[in-house]
Design a protein around this ligand. Structure first.
Ligand SMILES: [Fe+2]
Length: 386
């Protein structure tokens, strides 16, 4: 099997890496970037930290700060319009997955025209747009290194997966110091998201020896540090490990794939506005229990990589430990069920067939070690509601 690996051209990794933004832009030949970010980055002072550096490096910039959680096609269109009004030669995304995903989509739309849904998987993106430098402030979606963006189609209430080389950032600045102030809930949600990326990349039918290596490393880092990062927000070692782990998990799933958890998670997010990491967390233990019999050894490897099963331990027992750990993690990180989250049961059950067909259409369940039917997905949605 020949694996195709897509990655940014340049990664600047480590505490204080943000300070090197000027020289990084110079190396890429970017002189007039549009910064894509959100209002929180503006009010928290992180944006000013970036623009101070840019001013020192005599880089001309403008800011589009109207990105929203679960980025929408309308916000992307407005961003592309704003981009066209200036004279820009690159994009600089600052924030969590949402500003980074928005910046990717703006780059795609500005270069290719039309509507965002024209580029929904399995459609191709004809042209790559302006180069993007991603600066994540969460650990994380891994979006800084992936060739995906997820944009909500506001007319159809659908989270669309958009994928291709055109969505891969040219460079990323991966500075864990930007995550030191991240609140508990956000640390937990984005951390479980990245653990899900690593596990799904590893068990996916599209896994390769390259993605296996980064996925295992990611699982080891995340599983050993997530609880500490939540409990001790200023623990630099834990934050650094989480940042590195989430980036490696991003490399793993971008070049392998996500699977059934993400496939089922996107519709929950689209219809009920549950944050992405949280809807993954609601699903992860149950979907792992459903999928594990089809790839016992792979899931057992996950338990070993996470340090919860011994190297010599049998697969069945290692997988049992994995399920215990995922349930325990949800309990420790106070992950609610859809019911406890306040999702209306009648509407949830009515929407289950629609959510199942959207999940299947995204293609992600097809990469799962156990490929479910639409009926099985409906049944799984029912089981996790609680
Ligand atoms: Fe994710």
């Amino acid at each position: 099997m020949v694996a195709t690996i897509t990655m940014p051209r340049l990664l600047q990794i480590g505490g204080g890496a943000l300070g090197e933004v000027g020289s990084l832009l110079a190396r890429l030949g970017i002189k007039r970037p549009l910064i894509v970010t959100d209002r929180f980055m503006e009010s928290s002072g992180l944006l000013a930290k970036l623009t101070d550096r840019l001013d020192q490096a005599k880089v001309k910039w403008r800011v589009y700060a109207d990105t929203v959680p679960d980025p929408t096609d309308t916000v992307v269109e407005a961003g592309a319009k704003f981009l066209a009004e200036g004279d820009h030669d690159g994009l600089l995304a600052l924030g969590g997955g949402s500003p980074i995903d928005t910046a990717k989509a703006i780059s795609v739309l500005a270069a290719n025209g039309g509507k965002m849904r024209d580029y929904k998987v399995p459609n191709e993106i004809p042209k790559a747009g302006l180069p993007l430098v991603a600066i994540p402030t969460t650990a994380g979606t891994g979006s800084e290194v992936t060739r995906f963006t997820v944009i909500t189609d506001t007319e159809r209430d659908e989270k669309m997966l958009i994928m291709g080389l055109a969505c891969c950032p040219a460079a990323a600045i991966v500075d864990y110091e930007l995550t030191l102030s991240k609140p508990w809930r956000l640390t937990a949600d984005t951390g479980i998201d990245s653990l899900t990326h690593a596990i799904e990349a590893y068990v996916s039918k599209r896994a390769s020896p390259f993605t296996d290596g980064v996925a295992r490393s990611a699982m080891a880092l995340i599983a050993r540090n997530l609880r500490t990062a939540c409990r001790e927000p200023d623990n630099r070692k834990a934050r650094e490990a989480m940042m590195l782990g989430s980036m490696q998990a991003g490399m793993a799933f971008s070049n392998s794939s996500v699977c059934l958890v993400h496939g089922m998670s996107r519709p929950i997010g689209a219809f009920f506005h549950v944050p992405h990491g949280l809807s993954n967390a609601m699903l992860l233990p149950e979907i792992t229990a459903f999928s594990a019999p089809a790839a016992l050894e792979r899931y057992a490897d996950c338990a070993r990589a996470m340090g919860i099963a011994a190297e010599g331990e049998g697969n069945q027992s290692a997988v049992a430990r994995l399920l215990d750990e995922l349930r325990g993690l949800n309990a420790d990180l106070r992950v609610p069920t859809p019911k406890d989250y306040g999702i209306d049961e009648k509407r949830y059950r009515e929407l289950m067939p629609t959510m199942a067909s959207q999940a299947l259409a995204s293609g992600s369940p097809g990469n799962n070690p156990r490929v479910p039917t639409a009926e099985e997905i409906v049944e799984l949605y029912g089981r996790v509601y609680a």
